[in-house]
Design a binder for this molecule. Sequence first.
Ligand code: FAD
Ligand code: FES
Ligand code: FES
Length: 1298
Amino acid sequence: TISISQRLFYSKKNVDPETMLLPYLRKKLRLTGTKYGCGGGGCGACTVMISRYNPITKRIRHHPANACLIPICSLYGAAVTTVEGIGSTHTRIHPVQERIAKCHGTQCGFCTPGMVMSIYTLLRNHPEPTLDQLTDALGGNLCRCTGYRPIIDACKTFCKTSGCCQSKENGVCCLDQGINGLPEFEEGSKVRHEQGTRVFSGERMMWFSPVTLKELLEFKFKYPQAPVVMGNTSVGPEVKFKGVFHPVIISPDRIEELSVVNHAYNGLTLGAGLSLAQVKDILADVVQKLPEEKTQMYHALLKHLGTLAGSQIRNMASLGGHIISRHPDSDLNPILAVGNCTLNLLSKEGKRQIPLNEQFLSKCPNADLKPQEILVSVNIPYSRKWEFVSAFRQAQRQENALAIVNSGMRVFFGEGDGIIRELCISYGGVGPTTICTKNSCQKLIGRCWNEEMLDTACRLVLDEVSLLGSAPGGKVEFKRTLIISFLFKFYLEVSQILKKMDPVHYPSLADKYESALEDLHSKHHCSTLKYQNIGPKQHPEDPIGHPIMHLSGVKHATGEAIYCDDMPLVDQELFLTFVTSSRAHAKIVSIDLSEALSMPGVVDIMTAEHLGDINSFCFFTEAEKFLATDKVFCVGQLVCAVLADSEVQAKRAAKRVKIVYQDLEPLILTIEESIQHNSFFEPERKLEYGNVDEAFKVVDQILEGEIHMGGQEHFYMETQSMLVVPKGEDQEMDVYVSTQFPKYIQDIVASTLKLPANKVMCHVRRVGGAFGGKVLKTGIIAAVTAFAANKHGRAVRCVLERGEDMLITGGRHPYLGKYKVSTRRQGGRIYVVDITSYQCTGQPLVIEMGLLKMDNAYKFPNLRCRGSACRTNLPSNTAFRGFGFPQAALITESCITEVAAKCGLSPEKVRIINMYKEIDQTPYKQEINAKNLIQCWRECMAMSSYSLRKVAVEKFNAENYWKKKGLAMVPLKYPVGLGSRAAGQAAALVHIYLDGSVLVTHGGIEMGQGVHTKMIQVVSRELRMPMSNVHLRGTSTETVPNANISGGSVVADLNGLAVKDACQTLLKRLEPIISKNPKGTWKDWAQTAFDESISLSAVGYFRGYESDMNWEKGEGHPFEYFVYGAACSEVEIDCLTGDHKNIRTDIVMDVGCSINPAIDVGQIEGAFIQGMGLYTIEELNYSPQGILHTRGPDQYKIPAICDMPTELHIVLLPPSQNSNTLYSSKGLGESGVFLGCSVFFAIHDAVSAARQERGLHGPLSLNSPLTPEKIRMACEDKFTKMIPRDEPGSYVPWNVPI
Ligand SMILES: Cc1cc2nc3c(=O)[nH]c(=O)nc-3n(C[C@H](O)[C@H](O)[C@H](O)COP(=O)(O)OP(=O)(O)OC[C@H]3O[C@@H](n4cnc5c(N)ncnc54)[C@H](O)[C@@H]3O)c2cc1C
Ligand code: FES
Ligand code: FES
């Protein structure tokens, strides 16, 4: 029996042990508020609260958990609370749901139920949380839209210091009223506990849940190979992603002996069944109570427990499971391994103790558990006087990211003599297991703790941890550097303590070296926002310009907002999954479907042969194939589609399709290889202004350089999803799909089915994030899914798993920019810029936009830019927020930075010198008025106190050797427009019903950017009626035909003008009626209109902005207007580890007249954080064979809550008129991404400072993303010099830079 959101389920009879809670909730119970984002515990979209009675404390423990990793069988006697269980619009919404919506903490809303449940659980345990607890609680929840600031703001209202309702005179908070009137989970009253072992048997698997230790040992004896599943956070991902299968699982349930906490005279004994979160709490308590000299180990463990995974995983994962899994990148094992810990084992044969040492960690048979043994507890001894323990780690992201390298180090000195008596150093992430450097440590015994010892230690350790150039995970030189950088940190830490303990005998550290020891990361955030003032003449009920909450905000927060895969099962529905190519360039020799076809539940497997002449569609110039025919051109290319009764059956069968390949030459993966093989898409584009060749002849200083920029994964939280339903009549087909472009889906499906478009209707209610990624590949997947649905006359659903989505769909194009710039030696004025750019894999449209936007905010008198689109054997990249601008403008800003370094000026000085001022002309001869650009720049300078902080940064850098700060400000001129009038046309349909209510529909897609909310604001203004009177259901090709793609920042602009047009038509018709009865209601007017036979329905239309571009002449008017802005960021870097922290960002934006400043600020900051991810931590890795390694949140790191700037200030410029656009507003969806590069250049500034101090004065060329690896390796020092380097070509690297 389990209780799910206060409902009881008797599940013993029908539950399959292979079923996880998430599909059980979503598919079986139809509780779809809990979302699927990754299936591996990495995103938090599936967060629920688990409540369990703890027999030891006799209290109920509530904790957050990832439903995707919880086997349903493990929930016996537990209560599961889902987002539906805490509040709904039908009953009452919970304060968490209300505040997250009202604080604008939802955009696409897909992450919101998970966020809500994380906060809700926190509040159940801590009704007045601290800010630390808050950020901790949200560390395991990813959001791709908001940038987290509004979510934190919503949460802060629950903190004691927030001034929320707690501080009212009666001291009673809305939280104190019971949980939304719903009864509390009560052990005993609601959940019946059967005593004794429970057994569940599924189709393929048996599950045993013993409740006593004795029974557990019996089972382990009987099934020695069966895993003892505790949190399932190690076993679960192995089963799901690595195809491991366990026919039997033993899952101990409430066995008290596994939860012991014993304080003995020599140390602490912790039960193997304690969760990592419980261990953290216990240790935090112990370090408060015991003297510091005894708690060195516990402090070190606590440090890593603070950043290990997210709160959900820490609450699920057990200490025993963590130790026994022996992951090579385990954070705790390297510490436990140096601490003389012992493992208490038990089997039917009796007790045994084994040391937790290197042999155990490397699974040496004579040092390991026997198969029938279980781990009961772990002894962690107290430290002694003169004993010191430290822990270090560096990951791609500070929190919720596996370490690249981690380490535990312990030293024990003779009483006050500073002579090493014991030394233990171990590392994770540098081999197949945790590595202990035993030999090195042995050789250092008896040495004094001084720099000579350190030097020897570094050399010995580097030698002992010999990491091959081809080691899995790559970053080999970085790892080598970290190994000794951590050692140096340990040396400094211990030296500092020794100095404190005995100032006479131990030398003090130079002040500037102490900086190596301080922590970069703060959990405190503050932010300010400045919206525009509403004009005094505006009607008080007119919502335009007001920060109206997202129309679906509350529904996002209650889980009631319906996304594509939340739609209920259609009768006889089938599931489709793809088999994709595992080779990057090969001939398909044969495809054997026989075994797969014989699998249970399989209905059909379709190949290119089945599709025949409808196996392709042409959107650009070249037709793209749906399923591969005789050759494959990239890994992830669709080869066949498996159709089965269920998702599980389809996936199982897909694994049995056997394809034989024969590799083909050449294999082109990189831009360099494309250049070498002359492999490009046509045409090459060029834009030229002034006379570049002549100008180069007369200048006195020429600089040349290049910058490489990696791609980016969209990582929309909702993966590609669709449901195609044949209507059974007249060949009609309904396509429910998560897309930005329903018309295109309609076209491609109609063409595939050889139907006229009027038979295929495409419906989109909302999309859980898109960012450009839900267009082209979505169309191909929809075509194949529709083909299957048509062939079998049954509804077909296709929802990609996260890994498939990342593998198949492509993302932002990587770029290479080569530049040649000339300046005078003094002054910083740039005369000529010549840039050649290459875009990796994909149609040339992005490169065109890149060229048109390459000047960013600068007037270069002579400019030439050329762009080529490379054709490689990687999946084709596609549109992504900013569409070439974030890449192209980075090249330009890099030129500026290099010019500044050469001229001895700050980059900001060179920026303002070269910026557009007042009225001018772009390189394609479009007029531009840059007044607001300069105003943004000046305002940002002032608001960020740039000059004062620049001085403070320089002072900090002079005083600190191992930490450096950097400050950078970048301007933004983002041209908005689609390059053609037809691409900008839009339509809307507005109906007034006889009760006076209004239904509006338009061609734009709601994908988090709030377009529907803005449209209702427009109707409200135009028809002068309250927003509550207007409804919007979704987008459909049935109501608005031929609608353009939703993208390019202009969705609200264009559709808003169409909606306005429709409203004005209606108003014009109704004006006589209204003026006759001015005091009447809309109901009265509608009835009168009806009685007088006046239509209450109108179509609105907008033709699109004038726009053209002649590439032959290099002239045109491709854009309607420009968005201006500026951002200033300050960072601090750790030169020893490559870590960085964004300390503060100030953003000033010119938004024209904002329609909804809350939504606009949401777009700006969300895009900024996405851009920050692009330029700093988001890194895609491909094998030399072209296989994408980074296929989920575990490997690919988007910004998390820990990446938010400590301070964030956003100001909108006062309203400015912009005659052609909707109420003078500007589209802001994309421009903010580029502002993320202020963080890139701030890091650049900090790295430059480090290099200057180390005497490295040459030009500094840094590529994007500026990851910890690149930062560390650029801060060259004695450690980077000490590491061994491999000759290029002497090994096969794990990954190739793309
Ligand atoms: C999204 C995610 C992020 C993560 N991030 C980090 C991170 O940042 N740092 C880090 O170090 N780790 C990280 N991990 C790994 C995590 O720490 C381990 O998966 C976890 O500690 C395993 O514990 P468990 O209880 O879930 O093990 P389970 O999966 O339940 O079991 C794991 C193994 O341990 C064995 N076992 C368990 N208990 C016993 C026992 N009492 N006796 C004998 N055998 C036993 C089982 O037989 C099984 O083989 C992450 C995992 C996930 C899913
Ligand atoms: S879906 Fe469970 S954590 Fe991502
Ligand atoms: S609102 Fe968080 S992912 Fe979209």
